[in-house]
Design a protein around this ligand. Sequence first.
Ligand SMILES: *Cc1c(COP(=O)(O)O)cnc(C)c1O
Length: 428
Amino acid sequence: MTSPFDAWITEDVEVTTLLAEEWRRQTSTLQLIASENFASPAVLAATGSILTNKYAEGYPGRRYYGGNQIVDQVEDLARRRLTALFGADHANVQPHSGANANVAVYQALLEPGDTILAMRLDQGGHLTHGSPASMTSKAWHFVSYGVTPRHDDPDAPGELIDFDNVRDLAREHRPKLIVAGATAYSRLIDPVAFREIADEVGAMLMFDSAHVAGLIAGGVHPNPVPYSDVVTFTTHKTLRGPRGGAILCREEHAKRIDSAVFPGQQGGPLEHAIAAKAVAFREASLPSFADYAAQIVANAAAFGRALAEQGFRLVSGGTENHMVLLDLRSFDAELTGKQAQEVLDRAGITTNRNTIPDDPRSAFVTSGLRVGTAAETTAGLRESEFAQVAALMARALRERADEGSVAAVRAQVGELCARFNPYASFTG
Ligand SMILES: *Cc1c(COP(=O)(O)O)cnc(C)c1O
């Protein structure tokens, strides 16, 4: 199939060739990275639009450059669509990424050295939640909560956010800000439980919904906006927009949030990305997006069940979102996350290795693998196809020493991808 983006073909043969190769890779292999998606042609078109040329430091009506009459309308539209989508007081659509959005919030609401209570990276949190590798841990004082110990009783799954631990740490350390939200956590995160703890200790609450923003917009996860001082998210994960970030907040924080993003953190906003965010926010408000979000979750549940039948242990015993976190040790004690990711790459199945709670291996090697259903649900896969993908993954990993087997899986993956092209489902 030829790319629908033939307009990209320019006299720059090298880049054009690479884009065509990437088009082929994305549409002939399975994209199971939980943080990825296939943005619509309308989102891609806006991202590649004429707005890339414009400088617009400031905010609508208060710019430092001329010529922003139209850009102001674009950014206002994005903000209006976003506040309507989540029922928020105020929106800032300028953060270049989810990480920028989080740091801007810390900068807006805290002084350097203030205490933040957030989820530990190796238990599912994000780098910007105070990982030693992130500048956030140098500028603010982080205290970290984790998940409950593992249980093998299916009726009492462990590896869930340990709210007793959150409450104890909050009482002991009196954080100014509590951060809810995760990067590698397959369960629903209850904003009410976090709000109660924040209220008890007089902390503000930031809900980082980077992964699940699309599930919230689609109505399958609870909306954290009524319970949070601030909600941050990325626009490119389940929300299926362009790469970028956004912040929602209560009116009382609006001025400080806006000044922390610009001029606090960033210079000129990426108005082409903001136009694409506006497109994505409209798409996410349509009834078809609610169906999409429900299918993502149904697919993840079916995928998880099928993977468990193949012998993989699901961290926390299951999934309630778009993600399944696998403990590979039950499948094969020798198999590391790094190896599994490499074998699956050869089989045309794109995943990422991930640490699991109390992982004995390093973050570079890991005992876990993270998979998600958001992208391939966009392509049209349903429960039965995800069960088939689980079987293909298990075969490739089990028979990884046999090149012929891996090639046979690769061929079946190719057939599946030919039947489910993400860019066919957006047309018509
Ligand atoms: C992905 C993610 C981010 C950061 O997003 P980037 O756009 O990659 O900077 C922040 N928080 C959480 C929980 C995430 O999963």
